[in-house]
Design a protein around this ligand. Structure first.
Ligand SMILES: Cc1cc2nc3c(=O)[nH]c(=O)nc-3n(C[C@H](O)[C@H](O)[C@H](O)COP(=O)(O)O)c2cc1C
Length: 169
């Protein structure tokens, strides 16, 4: 699959089959995160994959009871190990780094025939407690991972002209 096919075909999946994810597919998804670029190549991250059903149930509650999260057989938390401050541009490097890695995972999951949904609505403290994440680390994003139960239609996007300009704003 080429990159643009994955970019165009990926959806936020909010309904999952109970079917298990093959270990090699899960490994490919996590490997895509490991290979992501990062500021200063710090690789200041940890990706936690959870398959224990009871833990996933508790994590689903921590995702403000977005029940579809608990339908998937795998839950992934993408964490920054610590806040390494801002880049020269004033943007926090750890958030950017982990977001890129998360995007890698989501696209690789699509290539593997798996669905994901970037979840930003979760309780930081609860997820950290459930997964024994150290105080100084931060959970940047989480996602369920599993086989989609149905096709998801594409969400609309602004037009190319609206979001792109050339030479100046
Ligand atoms: C940073 C971020 C946070 C998001 N948080 C949630 C969330 O908590 N729950 C949810 O159902 N979807 C969440 N989404 C998914 C968006 O709603 C979704 O990407 C958007 O509606 C476009 O749909 P698509 O991903 O299918 O193209 C999030 C997406 C991003 C990028």
């Amino acid at each position: 699959m080429d990159v643009m096919t994955a970019i165009k075909g990926r959806r936020s999946v909010r309904s999952y089959l109970p079917k298990e994810v093959e270990p090699e597919k899960l490994k490919a998804v996590l490997e895509a995160a490991r290979l992501a670029p990062s500021a200063r190549n710090l690789q200041n991250w940890k990706f936690i994959a959870v398959t224990d059903k009871n833990t996933i149930r508790r994590l689903t509650e921590a995702c403000n009871n977005q029940t579809f999260v608990g339908e998937a057989p795998v839950f992934i938390a993408a964490c920054a190990l610590k806040d390494y401050g801002n880049m020269g541009c004033g943007i926090p490097r750890h958030i950017v780094d982990v977001s890129i890695a998360m995007t890698h995972m989501i696209l690789e999951a699509y290539e593997q025939g798996l669905g994901t949904c970037w979840i930003g609505s979760f309780q930081q403290d609860k997820v950290k407690e459930i997964l024994n994440i150290p105080e100084e680390a931060v959970v940047v994003a989480v996602t369920p991972l599993g086989y989609p139960a149905k096709e998801t239609p594409p969400r609309p996007r602004k037009s190319f002209e609206e979001v792109v300009s050339f030479e100046s704003f």
